[in-house]
Design a protein around this ligand. Structure first.
Ligand SMILES: [Zn+2]
Length: 67
């Protein structure tokens, strides 16, 4: 799970927060409406938390893969 360069904004439509995390686009586009198609999706802290909640069932898998 990548960290994000300064200055990038959250990819969720209508969100203007700075991005903290980058995730694969397809994983995030299932949960949120994103501004436009990128290879990566960028999430601010709030949306990252929401995303984690929404994908709780997959989280264990992710953790194993990235730890
Ligand atoms: Zn956001």
């Amino acid at each position: 799970m990548g960290r994000v360069d300064k200055g990038l904004k959250c990819s969720v439509e209508s969100c203007k927060e700075d991005a903290l995390r980058s995730l694969s686009y397809d994983k995030v586009s299932n949960i949120f409406k994103l501004i436009k198609k990128h290879r990566r999706a960028y999430l601010c802290r709030r949306h990252y938390k929401e995303w984690k909640k929404a994908t709780k069932s997959n989280r264990e898998l992710e953790r194993l893969r990235f730890s």
